[in-house]
Design a protein around this ligand. Structure first.
Ligand code: 5RP
Length: 222
């Protein structure tokens, strides 16, 4: 928790008055959003674009003004967490089930900054089962195709029923052992019938704020 707070609050340094800010989802970015709420109360003028209903609720409670895509052309900076981060700043995201909106917002942002505690840093992606958002219709077939790509898929459940995303879809979590070619897997998964998007974020993150050897560090994509 202390690490999450440290990296989350550090991201505030990337925010300037007047910015449109993408607001991520999860327990790390929570600290960023809370700090942002405090600054808004003190007069900072920004507008947020939330990546989930959960974040939208939090932002509203904190008094952060929100906008949606029909009101803006671009996002200045998006801040979000991750489930895994590799040395090239490629990510696995979607542990909270918000990967689709998170990817839309991250890609729309001029700068995408990830806040990740030390546990999220990996040499190779793939220990964390990859979240894949699929349409409910025929998900059994989509799972079969994921198996054919080398995955070991399971349907995400909450209290005995399928987990439903903010977009009305299912999440399939699939381990792939080591993901040595994340770009290829991201594309191949998105070609499968029924797949809406997957939690591989390749070449999108510009900066990762994290902890290594108990030190807060900022890694920038080469
Ligand atoms: C939600 C996400 C989160 O950013 C990711 O799961 C990390 O969450 P946390 O900060 O709670 O560890 O991708 O879909």
């Amino acid at each position: 928790m202390i690490e999450k707070k440290e990296v989350g609050e550090k991201a505030i340094e990337f925010i300037n008055d007047g910015m449109i800010v993408g607001l991520g989802t999860g327990s790390t970015v929570y600290y960023f959003i809370s700090k942002l709420g405090e600054l808004v109360q003190q007069g900072l003028s920004i507008k947020g674009v939330p990546t989930s209903k959960q974040t939208e609720k939090l932002a509203r409670e904190l008094g952060i003004p929100l906008v949606s895509f029909h009101q803006i052309e671009q996002i200045d900076v998006a801040i979000d967490g991750a489930d895994e981060v590799d040395f090239d700043l490629n990510l696995i995201k979607g542990g909270g089930g918000a990967l689709l909106r998170e990817k839309i917002i991250a890609k729309a942002a001029k700068t995408f900054i990830v806040v990740a505690d030390s546990q999220k840093n990996v040499e190779t992606l793939g220990t964390f089962p990859l979240p894949i958002e699929v349409v409910p219709f025929g998900f059994e077939m989509t799972m079969k195709y994921i198996r054919e790509l080398g995955g070991n898929p399971t349907l995400r459940q909450r209290r005995g029923t399928p987990f439903i995303t903010d977009n009305g879809n299912y999440i399939i979590d699939s381990s792939f052992q080591e993901i040595n070619q994340p770009e290829e897997l991201e594309k191949n998964l998105n070609l499968l019938p029924g797949v809406v998007d997957n939690g591989l974020f390749v070449g999108i993150a510009d900066t990762v704020i994290t902890i290594v050897d108990k030190q807060l560090i900022t890694r920038v994509r080469k």
